[in-house]
Structure formats: structure tokens, C-alpha cells
Design a protein around this ligand. Structure first.
Ligand code: CMC
Length: 429
């Protein structure tokens, strides 16, 4: 098979190397294109642009395959825990029992946040969106850990990664408690990652919170399913910010902002709001689908469609199955689940959605489970961020440890005014 592509420009042939990944996906390497030809490439929205090579996550959007470090998502969902998956993504292999114990201990040891940092929570309005608070708190962490600023120092990297993973649930739960006016609940070291988070969210000093294993299991599952998804918008943001050698806290804060958007992680909140609207207004599901197809309306069916999946999102399949199980185990009958299923059926049988290969994505059913676990709607995207954190960190670490690391700096084709004299421009007004 040819390992070069020939590009013909102005009658001259240029050979561009072809590189092949371990799953046989191929790319034309244009690293030297500008130097050799004077041309750049344009790919708005990066539909065809590989920004890096990566050994972390493989996904095949046509076949609906997702694997972390080669292991199918279905197996990890059935057998692993979130902290084990975090280790796998960051260090490239499943931990031994001893390594996992040590890893879990490190994550437990760093859960507390500096007392002064707590005062920052009081500066936000009660109804401030928790994604804004999370991003602000993550970057604020950097002011408390000036001892670990240098991304090129392996020890600094290690402690920053652990601090972020350990403190994220504490900060998320504190933000929630502050928004509802309840006292904050501190982490308890004997609890595992998910139980600790649930306890900080739902316990009150006056009454002990009974940790339900069904809820812990469901939370573990959701976090695993969100843990990485190769070069998506927020991960690419983390890499881009990190490529300037900004500290990890800043890169993660930027990733949280990118995730917040409704076309990305913010879709999970939008899905639930859409289902609630249908339920409360009595709006027909078919009417929503019609509106989503109307090119004069900016409304899209949240939780449907994906840049890479042109088939069922494997995560959505798992979550849909889990939603039924979790709700029945918890004895909950949620009318929104029935509406979601009806909406899915109508959309999947509609030529508009069929022609464009629009299927339910990870955000379509996740909110139904979060709701059953008692997580408020405006915290859904924070849950996504908590799950995605090890992916962001693993991708950042892979980039920083690459000896060929370069600052991310795209080019452009300028389309504005050509050389314009100031006085002439001023007179023209
Ligand atoms: N409802 C209605 N039409 C849609 C939808 C939708 N949810 N998604 C895509 N389309 C249409 C779009 O209007 C376009 O139509 P046309 O070819 O006639 O112009 C066509 O399908 C292709 O869409 P696109 O916007 O060019 O595709 P994209 O790959 O740039 O966008 C997406 C992918 C996820 C942003 C988009 O499908 C979308 O906006 N979905 C709703 C938001 C959502 O659920 N986001 C979560 C994504 S999964 C988790 C994550 O990454 O965070």
C-alpha cells in the first residue's frame, strides 16, 4: 500500500507521507506542507484534522466502538471502577491490586481543600451556574499550589493530577451545598470516591446519609462512560492551553468552560429541560421533532447527533439499559424516561434523522439516571466534568511527555481589508 500521497500544485508534485495508526486509520502528514509549498490547509471545525497521535482512546464512529487503552467500554462498564479507569487512562495500564490501593489512598488523602478557598464560594450568587464555579475554583487551586506549577517537572505533574482528581468532588459538592444554603460536609477518608461524593452532596449534620450501593454503582458506571473520548472540544481545549505550558489547573479550568456549552457536555442539562418541558406542557413529541428539523429554528434535539458517531453511541446504549435497571432497583417510575424513549423512537424513524445518521448520544439518557440519584439538573454537566477529568489529565500528560511537544498555534487565511492608509480610512467615514 502506498505510504505517500501525491499533491499536485501549480503543475508540481509533492510527496506527503501517510501515517497509519494501530487500528489502520490513515492520515496524510502535512507537517512540512507550508515549508515545501507555501500552502496551508483549511479545515473549519477540524472535521478532518488530526491534532495529535494518541495511544489513549480508540473510537470508530461508523461501527460504534469505544475502547480505553484497547479495552472495550462495555467491559470496563461491567467490571471496573472509576478510579481504576482513571489510573488506566493516565498511566496506560490497569493497576495491580497494590497499585490500585495506593492510588485510591492518594486520592483520598488529598480530598480536603484549603480553608481560605472555601471563602471564595461566598462570592458567587446563590444561583450561579456550578460549571462557572467549578472552572473558577479549579484555576483558583493554582494559587494555593505554587509548589507544583511546572508541567515539565514529573513530580509537579504527579501531585497536580492527584490534587485535581481528589478535590474535584469536594469542590462540586461544596458548590451544591452552598447553592441550597446547607452547611458543607467534609470528605470522609474511609469512603470510596463515589460514596464520598454522594455523602458530601446529600448528608446533613442533623441526619446521617445512608449510602445506597445501587446509587454508588450507577455513579461509578456514569463516570466510567464519560472518562475519555479522544480529541473532543474540551479535551482539545485542555491540550491547547496546556501546550503553552500553563499549569494543569488552568488547562482543566479551560476544559470545564469548553464542556459547558450546549453542543458539548451542556447537552445533558438541556435534554432534561426539554423532557421536562414536554411533560409539563403536554407538547407532542412529534412536534418537538418537527421543530428540530425546521431550518428557521435554532432548536436542535439535545442529546442527538455526534461529530464522530454515525451509528449508535455505545455509551448511550449502555446508559439506556442502565436507566431501566437503576430506576427499577430504586423503585422510581419516571415519566421522563417514557418520553425520552418515545422521542428516540420518533426521531430514529424520521427520514431527516436517518439521512443525517443522528442517533442518541451519551447525554440523551444520562440525565434520567442523575435525576434518579438525586442530582439536581444544573449539576449534570458538573457530573460530566467529574467523569471526564481523568481523560483530560491523561491526554494532557501524554502531550506534555511527548518530546516533540509544540505550542498549539493554528494558522488562518486572512480575508479582511488589504493595506489601508489611516488618513484615507478616517476621511472615508
Ligand atoms: N437536531 C437536529 N438536527 C441536527 C442535530 C440535532 N440534535 N444534530 C445535527 N443536526 C443536523 C444539522 O442541522 C445538520 O443538518 P444539515 O446537514 O441539513 O445542515 C446535520 O445534522 C449535521 O450537523 P452538524 O452540526 O454539521 O454536525 P456536527 O458534527 O458539527 O455536530 C453536534 C455534532 C453534536 C454538535 C450536533 O449533532 C448537535 O448539535 N447535537 C445536539 C447537542 C448534543 O447533543 N451535544 C452532545 C454531543 S455528545 C457529548 C459531547 O460531546 O459532549
Amino acid at each position: 500500500m502506498a505510504n505517500v500521497a501525491i499533491l499536485k500544485i501549480d503543475g508540481k508534485d509533492y510527496e506527503l507521507p501517510i501515517i497509519e495508526g494501530s487500528e489502520k486509520e490513515r492520515a496524510i502528514d502535512i507537517t512540512k506542507l507550508r515549508a515545501q509549498t507555501g500552502y496551508i490547509t483549511i479545515d473549519s471545525g477540524y472535521l478532518n484534522t488530526g491534532a495529535c497521535t494518541s495511544a489513549i482512546t480508540f473510537l470508530d464512529g461508523e461501527k460504534g466502538i469505544l475502547r480505553y487503552r484497547g479495552i472495550p467500554i462495555e467491559q470496563l462498564a461491567a467490571k471496573s471502577t472509576f478510579t481504576e479507569v482513571a489510573y488506566l487512562l493516565i498511566y496506560g495500564k490497569l493497576p495491580s491490586d497494590v497499585e490500585l490501593k495506593k492510588w485510591n489512598e492518594s486520592l483520598t488523602k488529598h480530598t480536603l481543600i484549603h480553608e481560605d478557598l472555601k471563602r471564595l464560594f461566598h462570592g458567587f450568587p446563590k444561583d450561579g451556574h456550578p460549571m462557572a464555579i467549578m472552572s473558577c475554583m479549579m484555576v483558583s487551586l493554582s494559587t494555593y499550589y505554587q509548589d507544583s506549577y511546572d508541567p515539565l517537572n514529573p513530580e509537579h505533574r504527579e501531585i497536580s493530577m492527584i490534587r485535581l482528581l481528589a478535590k474535584f468532588p469536594t469542590i462540586a459538592a461544596f458548590a451544591y451545598k452552598k447553592s441550597i444554603g446547607q452547611p458543607i460536609i467534609h470528605p470522609i477518608n474511609k469512603l470510596d470516591y463515589c460514596s464520598n461524593f454522594l455523602n458530601m452532596m446529600f448528608s446533613v449534620p442533623a441526619e446521617e446519609y445512608e449510602i445506597d450501593p445501587v446509587i454508588v454503582e450507577a455513579l461509578n458506571l456514569l463516570l466510567i462512560l464519560h472518562a475519555d473520548h479522544e480529541q473532543n472540544c474540551s479535551t482539545s481545549t485542555v491540550r491547547l492551553v496546556g501546550s503553552s505550558l500553563a499549569n494543569l489547573y488552568s488547562a482543566i479550568a479551560a476544559g470545564i468552560c469548553a464542556l459547558w456549552g450546549p453542543r458539548h457536555g451542556g447537552a445533558n442539562q438541556e435534554v432534561l429541560e426539554m423532557l421536562t418541558y414536554i411533560h409539563e406542557s403536554g407538547q407532542k413529541v412529534s412536534k418537538m421533532v418537527e421543530q428540530a428539523k425546521d431550518k428557521n429554528s435554532s432548536f436542535r434535539l439535545s442529546g442527538f447527533g455526534h461529530r464522530v458517531y454515525k451509528n449508535f453511541d455505545p455509551r448511550a446504549k449502555i446508559i439506556k439499559g442502565a436507566a431501566d435497571k437503576v430506576l427499577s432497583k430504586l423503585g422510581i417510575k419516571d415519566p421522563l424516561l417514557d418520553i425520552a424513549k418515545e422521542l428516540e423512537e420518533v426521531a430514529l424513524n424520521d427520514p431527516y434523522f436517518k439521512e443525517r445518521n443522528l442517533y442518541p448520544n451519551v447525554d440523551f439518557y444520562s440525565g434520567i439516571i442523575y435525576r434518579a440519584l438525586g442530582i439536581p439538573t444544573n449539576m449534570f454537566t458538573v457530573m460530566f466534568a467529574m467523569g471526564r477529568l481523568p481523560g483530560w489529565i491523561g491526554q494532557w500528560k501524554e502531550m506534555i511527555e511527548d518530546p516533540g511537544l509544540k505550542i498549539g498555534r493554528p494558522r488562518q487565511i486572512y480575508t479582511g481589508a488589504t493595506d489601508t492608509d489611516y488618513d484615507t480610512a478616517k476621511k472615508g467615514k
